[in-house]
Design a protein around this ligand. Structure first.
Ligand code: NAD
Ligand code: TDX
Length: 370
């Protein structure tokens, strides 16, 4: 039987991966460790915890004794490492936690895995998947070719630098100690359970509440949108069948600039309100509740410092070696995502209560219309 550790399993991609793994591999033992930072939520995992389909451990990956104990108790054969501080704007406001978790936390986990697998003599049968980002490669101009696995590392934000450092550590553990690790670098994910601080949920929720939609700069920055279900399927393909020591880029093949993404969210909400009269009574402050377009809320504001212009992924290695291609079309995926936020108001109200309001003041209070 395989015994799997998923770190960061109460975060956005982590929750989706836990559900996908449980559905796809019902007999694997799944242990989720998560420090339950502001970004975490276990509501969706509660049924799996209650019926013992997964074991949930609230814990910090920087806690070396805990990591060692978990490896001893559960004899993990596979690790999917997703725990991280993940929001670029927070890394600009306060980088330290990014260094602590993304660099030192990854190091602590690598050391625990190596020690456990060496002493059990199972290095050859184990797999450590490190989930990273395309941001390590820096920024592209519109005419540049997409990032490949051979693109040089040029991180521009403290977040990207901390993820780059963690990728280098993983590589060093492969080369120096023969740790059986693999790395994925993916583009921007979207879908259910994404924290409201990120572009797509932020714009959906602000529009529903009749608040301004703050697009940084002129909104020409381009991201390659990857549906989280496609990403999770790619992660499972890489951990199962990828070659140890290799890096695989994962992209959605959906490049869009931020202006277009926000416009599409507005149009999707306008149509949803026109089709369902109940939405107007649930969200009376939304312009669509009175027959106007959510586009009226769009506001171009002070740019993010060091804002990467464009990310794009060349995912031919993943397709060629593992036969996996991400396939969810952005317009359809965005429509499902908007619907998910309409259907899960309790979830996002919980995520936006308390300290989240302080973050909104800190990150948006100083931005002026441009
Ligand atoms: P997220 O912020 O939604 O979730 C991160 C999770 O990690 C949270 O549940 C948090 O509580 C947990 N965590 C943070 N510090 C921890 C610690 N010290 N110990 C244990 N748990 C801790 O992030 P996400 O969007 O789900 O991203 C998951 C991974 O994928 C990250 O490594 C991120 O860098 C990477 N990634 C994300 C995207 C994206 O678009 N979301 C794109 C590329 C790569
Ligand atoms: O209020 C906003 N206004 C705005 O214009 C926010 C929050 C974002 N933006 C812009 C900045 C980016 O160009 O939207 C784009 C997407 O922003 P984020 O959702 O913050 O994502 P990004 O900075 O691109 O990073 C994401 O993708 C790579 C994830 O947060 C990272 O964890 C991942 O590694």
């Amino acid at each position: 039987m395989r015994s799997v550790l998923i770190t960061g399993g109460a975060g956005f991609i982590g929750q989706n991966l836990v559900h996908a793994w449980r559905a796809g591999q019902p007999i694997d033992r799944l242990v989720v460790v998560d420090a339950m930072t502001y970004a975490a939520n276990v509501r969706s995992l509660e049924p799996l915890i209650a019926d013992r389909s997964i074991l949930f451990v609230k814990g910090d990956i920087k806690d070396a004794a805990l990591m060692r104990r978990l490896f001893e108790e559960h004899e993990f054969t596979h690790v999917a490492h997703l725990a991280a501080e993940s929001h670029v704007d927070r890394s600009i406001a306060d980088p330290e936690a990014f260094l602590q978790t993304n660099v030192l936390g990854t190091f602590t986990l690598l050391r625990a895995a190596l020690d456990a697998w060496r002493s059990a003599g199972t290095l050859d049968q184990s797999r450590f998947l490190h989930v990273s980002t395309d941001e390590v490669y820096g920024s592209l101009q519109l005419t540049d070719p997409a990032f490949s696995e051979a693109s040089p590392y040029r991180p521009n934000s403290p977040y990207a630098a901390s993820k780059a450092a963690s990728d280098h550590l993983v590589r060093a553990y492969v080369e120096t100690y023969r740790l059986p690790a693999l790395i994925t670098n993916c583009s921007n994910n979207y879908g259910s359970y994404q924290h409201p601080e990120k572009l797509i949920p932020l714009m959906i929720i602000h529009a529903l509440e009749g608040q301004s939609l703050p697009i940084y700069g002129d909104g020409s920055n381009v991201r390659d949108w990857l549906h989280v279900s496609d990403h999770c399927a790619a992660l499972m393909a890489v951990i199962e069948r990828g070659r140890v020591g290799e890096t695989y880029n994962v992209g959605g093949g959906n490049e869009r600039n931020n202006r277009d993404v926000v416009g599409l969210i507005c149009d999707t909400l306008d149509r949803a309100f026109a089709a369902d009269a109940n939405l107007a009574s649930r969200f009376p402050a939304c312009p669509a509740a009175s027959g106007n377009s959510c586009r009226a809320l769009i506001n171009f504001v002070t740019d993010r410092p060091g804002h990467d212009h464009r990310y794009a992924i060349d995912a031919r290695k993943l397709a060629g070696e593992l036969g996996y291609r991400c396939s969810i079309d952005f317009d359809a995926g965005l429509g499902q995502t908007v619907q998910w936020y309409l259907d899960h108001e309790d979830w996002w109200r919980e995520m936006t209560s308390g300290a989240y309001k302080d973050w909104i003041d800190k990150n948006y209070g100083f931005r002026i219309a441009v």
